[in-house]
Design a protein. Structure first.
Lengths: 371, 371
């Protein structure tokens, strides 16, 4: 029996009239193979490629350095290792497609990720093939999580919120942003995370969207924005809290209430059947009513094996929520040079509404004040 | 006055008969702009693009979320932000090239990174342009470091070796691989690193090439492989040590002596003028003489703003060492299912020979034994 995910992808491939389905991106390859080649993300000169073709063909191409691990952990039995310095992986791909009998077929392939160089070579090698994008095919396959995937997201989400509570409530004036980051790292790894990333920005640095922790000392009166991105068994979490060291000002409270109000207005309507753009509009309208212009052009994003996946919650995403979609909502408002505010929690759509994966253990309905 | 790096790239562009030079990869964009867009590596749907054209045109395209930071930190004054959900960055690129007057020109562009989709769109928009690879142009520009770059690499290298010594000599049986990772993280950040990655593998896990730390408990008799990859002001370090908990066996010592002997044979000849493939051959011959088959098909790699850059030390890299090339040597031998051995230090080529950036503070000429 072929693995559930491979069977699902193969069915989608055939239903859309394709003879083969080729993935090259880290996220789609990891989803397909159930295994992340460690250097896939960190070394852009190495390719990892999964191929499904016809009724039975299934192979994964990896750089030879990763062959041992791939043979142990990939769902694919047919692992094809290539030498990074003497072989062109586009040729290894072309050879596999010829062997699979689809050299003149319709091949769905990640044109939004495949390097132009590989594309040019593949067109040379398979002049009779039709190459088409497969972004939506993968998008549709991945957007509805299995119950097992939801369970993994709940596990990593719960850990992340627990660590967030512990770390944020223990921030003290006089420590550095990096000290906060170290507690995040320690506690996430202790709690069972396989990996963790974070952002910590204090004072005017809270108003920077992607903010690495520095040696800056946190002072009384600072707004502090802390974002944690966890990883456990290839599934991801993304939780953000904003706190004030000391008493929040009236201006800070007013902004916070607008963002929370917008978030609550969104929670009130979030259920299967709701068009994604409607959620975005609800958010923007609530913000505007409170005099806040959202800094990000999306309210949140799907989350699964990658931090950012579909559905992005924007006005352009023409689809409706369905059960087992998992995503974040992250109202965010930055005043560059002054301060920033950011709420982020994870959600799962249920058959009748939604559940918060995070947000109950360490709520942020009121702006958090650290005494 | 244009920044030294931009002037150098523009000169190389013109010398090779190109009208424009376009970079899209994280490493080449960061090198060009002197600034890493934070989500460039973590979100594959976002593009960051630098453009040099003619005598004066210089612009950087970023996703709008990163606009504020880019305006603060990039070398480019002309920052063009696009909306990820409503605009195609390939169109923004085409518009810029048209504006620069090179729509029918010879454009050097990263075809080994640019997604096929963007390439197809650019060809549609600029049918009279000639698009050519610029991998070697960037390769040549980046491979010889400025003295300032060498200094930054020495700083991050020295910190990394200091932390390695502290962390490895304090390993005790009974602690987990993750505990070792936490000490690495803490001490690197305390020491001034902006970021750090690591590998920790003990027992049979020392024989896995890219090995994430787990909850596995380190036991007496384990071989432990620790690799640290640091980051400071966008420059990188890469140092690896292998240690035995307790007394090394004769077999372990024998393997180690072969690897160190091979490394020493390489050090003995490493200087300007030495062909890169000759260093690789020297390594392989010394290993074979000792009955060891190198696991990796390269002895080391250039290091700078990225961990892995040119020159890869392989038999296929047809160039000679020159002053201010910075690189690693990393003899590595894995016996899957049993154990692995790995030595990695950083080097800089000097006018008359070479200097070790790391390797003197915490030497590994003898296999390290942790009592």
């Amino acid at each position: 029996m072929e693995h559930e995910v491979l069977a699902k992808l193969r069915t989608a491939m055939k239903a859309q009239g394709f003879d083969a389905l080729v993935a090259l991106s880290q996220d789609n390859v990891t989803y397909t193979a159930g295994f992340l080649v460690p250097s896939h993300a960190t070394n852009r000169f190495r390719r990892t490629i999964t191929i499904l073709a016809g009724d039975r063909f299934a192979a994964e191409i990896v750089v030879n350095v990763e062959e041992t691990l791939a043979r142990q952990q990939s769902r694919f039995k047919d692992i094809r290792a290539y030498n990074q310095f003497t072989q062109d992986p586009a040729d290894v791909l072309a050879d596999a497609l010829i062997e699979a009998g689809v050299a003149a077929g319709r091949i769905a392939i990640e044109l939004d990720y495949m390097p132009a160089k590989d594309y040019i070579r593949l067109v040379e090698r398979l002049p009779k093939a039709t190459l088409a994008e497969c972004k939506d095919l993968y998008f549709d396959a991945r957007i509805i999580k299995t119950d097992e995937e939801v369970k993994l997201l709940r596990t990593v989400g719960a850990l992340t919120e627990r660590v967030m509570r512990s770390v944020v409530t223990s921030i003290r004036p006089g420590e550095r942003e990096k000290d906060v980051a170290k507690r995040i790292m320690d506690q996430m790894l202790d709690g069972g995370a396989d990996g963790v990333r974070y952002q910590v920005g204090s004072g005017v640095r809270s108003g920077i969207t992607n903010c690495k922790p520095t040696d800056k000392v946190i002072e009384a009166g600072d707004v502090v924005r802390v974002e944690i991105l966890g990883e456990m068994q290839n599934y991801r979490s993304n939780v953000t809290r904003t706190a004030v060291i000391g008493r929040a000002t009236d201006e800070q409270k007013r902004i916070w209430d607008v963002l929370v109000g917008a978030r609550n207005a969104c929670q009130a309507i979030l259920k299967p059947g709701l068009p994604v753009p409607r959620l975005w509009q609800t958010y923007v309208e609530a913000c505007h009513k409170g005099g806040v212009e959202p800094t990000l052009k999306f309210l949140g994003h799907g989350i699964g094996q990658t931090i950012h996946e579909e559905p992005y919650i924007t006005e352009t995403r023409a689809m409706a929520f369905q059960p087992n979609i998992t995503h974040t909502m992250e109202p965010l408002y930055m005043i560059p040079g002054r301060m920033g505010f950011h709420i982020e929690d994870m959600y799962v759509i249920t058959p009748t509404g939604h559940a918060r994966i995070t947000g109950d253990l360490f709520p942020n309905d009121r702006l958090i004040e650290i005494a």
